[in-house]
Design a protein around this ligand. Sequence first.
Ligand SMILES: *Cc1c(COP(=O)(O)O)cnc(C)c1O
Length: 361
Amino acid sequence: MNHDQGVISRYRDYLPVSEATPVVSLNEGSTPLVHAPRLSAKLGQDCQVYVKYEGLNPTGSFKDRGMTMAISKAAEAGVKAVICASTGNTSASAAAYAARAGMDCVVILPAGKIAKGKLAQALVYGAKVVEIDGNFDDALELVREIGALDNFEVVNSINPFRIEGQKSASCEIIETLGNAPDLHVLPVGNAGNITAYWKGYTEFHAAGKCQSLPKMVGFQAAGSAPLYHGAPVTNPETIATAIRIGNPASWDGAMTAINDSGGHLDIVTDEEILEAQRWLASNEGLFVEPASAASIAGLFKCLDKDRRCEKCPFAVVKPGSTVVCTVTGHGLKDSEIILKAEFPMFKAKTDKDDVLRQLGL
Ligand SMILES: *Cc1c(COP(=O)(O)O)cnc(C)c1O
């Protein structure tokens, strides 16, 4: 039977696993690379834009790619309990894979700053949830201290196995396109993902699986942009809670990816993020959470001569280029942000004529 059993079974040769590693998988990865005709038209010049729809992973975000590795390696080491700090998706993923492995899971969250859907996930998968009166950076600091105590394995992206698993996304893109894209746009928070993508691209390139490497273009939220400003941000703020991070753990990895690829890092505002989220849903049929829409908002900025930075690689994009935007998490995780906005709705009696009247038809 040729049954897909997730990231480790497909990329075993590129991952630090052995026969002794018990694979803990929920069949993550193999997410669709969806062609986006309207985004492509905006770019013009025969360029093609694809969206890597990571919301279709088992817990609704790309975090599952790294978590299958982190939990499998923890199981190999005989670990009984894992701990993580989270803006929401890491805790959802850790809780699910820990449940699968029969491990305890402790998650430390910034109180009131987690999208409801993500909190519900951590709870239903059976994690012990601790809310603190601090932000994600404070939570990660606590996890580093508690993780040092030896009873717990830390499964944040400071765990190197997370990055290893996450690099599978770029390998999938290469396999689907037959080569690496020319440009790859993605949101940047704790910066593990951009680090992982670049690692995947360079390793697959070295293995002869692609002929070229993409320019990596990262976007941070304007209120949480430490890499952009070149210094940690003490009180990061953005509605895109998954990238509300002031001191990224993978700072160096992100800068290496951007510099070595000839890429670029820029910021987008919350307003631009929300507008891009609605645009992607209503024009391409893809509903993603706000942090994910940062890559689409970023692409729009790159296409706007007046707003983009001088060094933006899209200023010199060649005709026929291929662009991939990663959208990192599913929109349903944070439905509140949509329902808070003033979308028009109609009210009518349970009556055909009244329904048509209210619709103005
Ligand atoms: C974790 C996450 C990010 C940020 O990824 P980093 O690896 O921390 O840069 C972006 N979007 C979503 C939906 C996430 O869950």
